[in-house]
Design a protein around this ligand. Sequence first.
Ligand SMILES: CC(C)(COP(=O)(O)OP(=O)(O)OC[C@H]1O[C@@H](n2cnc3c(N)ncnc32)[C@H](O)[C@@H]1OP(=O)(O)O)[C@@H](O)C(=O)NCCC(=O)NCCS
Length: 152
Amino acid sequence: MGNLTVRPYRPATDFRAILDCQCDLYELNFPRFVCTPDFVAEQAGRLRQVQRRPYEHQIFVLDDAGTLAGFVWVAIRMDLQGVFGSVDQVYLKPAYRGQGYGALLMEAVHRHLKTLGVAYVRLYVTESNRAAVNLYRRLGYETIRLEMERPL
Ligand SMILES: CC(C)(COP(=O)(O)OP(=O)(O)OC[C@H]1O[C@@H](n2cnc3c(N)ncnc32)[C@H](O)[C@@H]1OP(=O)(O)O)[C@@H](O)C(=O)NCCC(=O)NCCS
């Protein structure tokens, strides 16, 4: 898999690169979504939280000789069932898809959560995104709830 490495987020160089991926990530997963400057600004605000709350947010970057090839964003959250790791975003630039790098990023998340003593990891995925669904299933993820909709 070449010389690609997974490393923690560095705001100075990664902030803009991750922001540049946001429209593609959401357009791929939400067919009716339209990317606007307001949306990108909102994502920039979320990304700044990563620096402010390092105990809550962690991003791992797939680095190809100094260029961002992809990233995964995990947050520690709590709900009725207790504390869990929430994989909020996983993204590979098009040239890096279909080669196993998604698994590499997810494994970094799993290691990180285990180090923190977090026992469960959870995520949302669009059902039509077969590459993503298959990846998560291969890594042991199972469906625990279904979000359903119908047109009116
Ligand atoms: C979803 C994603 C993280 C999967 O990571 P990955 O490293 O590409 O995963 P894999 O290498 O296991 O490949 C996934 C599937 O895509 C297929 N594939 C091959 N070439 C591909 C390409 N150029 N682009 C997309 N998928 C490709 C693979 O054959 C594989 O099929 P399979 O699951 O039936 O075996 C990655 O494709 C991605 O970043 N997609 C865009 C962003 C996105 O949708 N993120 C998920 C949000 S929940």
